[in-house]
Design a protein around this ligand. Structure first.
Ligand code: NAP
Length: 278
């Protein structure tokens, strides 16, 4: 039976540390503020934004919400971002994705000042991640690295297989594992024999977006299994990309959904906001 990685516990310890750093900055007369932009009425985005604001309140970061109507134009949104780039109360700017279809997400991300880009999506920050020299950490992968560290799971020399190559999760995840000297492989929908690849993994990260996609026959005995997925199962219950009940019996460590990667992602956003001031 695997050790279940408790993302909530790791997040709460990390948030305590962040709260202290915020208090120190405030005692030096500095402000720590995050602007959160949401466009339209996507219910999932609303939940994420509310959780991010709650996270800010918990550690003493000021949050400023900009809720814009669905009809907002790309130009109007970019003008708001430019205004926030110059707003001294705002150290971090987060634009909740996805944006409505008529807005080009890349154009908006590219407008955010790299110094306030707490999601680390701006090409300049992506470049820094590639080089391995960065201020802003990509939140979900960075949260996973924190969890591995917390549980003393060594990455160096290990075979790490990441399923998924998105710019938000898969690619930066591979870069962070590589930086810690893992031997890294990225799989995707065109991978010829996925099971052959996943069976070689000492550390397996699933970021696919398909409920219970990773089954026990795809996992090596004793592997560390990190489940990034956030899906709904046939009964509408939140579940990951991994068939948890069965894989748990084979893995040495496993993250549950909910309560695994999710709580760490927002925590690393708070970490980035504090770093923006520090
Ligand atoms: P995404 O952009 O849709 O990427 C999914 C990746 O999975 C793609 O690279 C795709 O390959 C690959 N894939 C799809 N079907 C596959 C198959 N049959 N075999 C192998 N690879 C396959 O998704 P994402 O943004 O990375 O998110 C992934 C999941 O993580 C989602 O469930 C999302 O909700 C969740 N998520 C959670 C958090 C959190 O904080 N917990 C944060 C971000 C995302 P191709 O590139 O070839 O299409």
């Amino acid at each position: 039976m695997a050790v279940i990685i408790d993302g909530k516990a790791v997040a709460s310890e990390k948030r305590r540390e962040i709260k202290n750093r915020v208090e120190n900055l405030k005692s030096e007369g500095k402000t720590v503020g995050l602007a959160v932009i949401i466009v339209g009425e996507n219910p999932a985005s609303r939940v994420y934004v509310n959780n991010k604001k709650k996270g800010c309140a918990e550690v003493g970061i000021d949050s400023f919400e900009y809720a814009l109507p669905q009809s907002t134009t790309e130009n109007e949104l970019r003008e708001l971002v430019k205004k926030l780039n110059n707003d001294e109360r705002v150290n971090g700017i987060l634009c909740q994705l996805p944006l409505p279809e008529h807005i080009n997400e890349d154009a908006v991300i590219n407008t955010i000042s790299p110094k306030k880009d707490v999601d680390a999506f701006h090409p300049q920050n992506v470049g820094h991640i590639m080089i391995g020299d960065y201020t802003f950490l990509p939140c979900t992968p960075a949260g996973i690295m924190e969890m591995l560290k917390f549980y003393n799971i060594a990455v160096s020399g290990k075979k790490c297989v990441v399923i998924g190559r998105s710019n938000i999760v898969g690619k930066p995840m591979a870069m962070l594992l590589l930086k810690e000297n893992g031997t890294v492989e990225i799989c995707h929908s065109r991978t010829a024999d996925l099971k052959k690849e996943t069976l070689s993994a000492d550390i397996l990260v699933a970021a696919v977006g398909k409920a219970k996609f990773v089954t026990e026959d795809m996992v090596k005995e004793g592997a560390v299994v990190i489940d990034v997925g956030m899906n709904r199962d046939e009964n509408g219950k939140l579940c990951g990309d991994v068939d948890f009940e069965k894989v748990e019996k084979k893995a040495s460590f496993i993250t549950p959904v909910p309560g695994g990667v999710g709580p760490m992602t927002i925590t690393m956003l708070l970490e980035n906001t504090v770093r923006a001031v520090e």
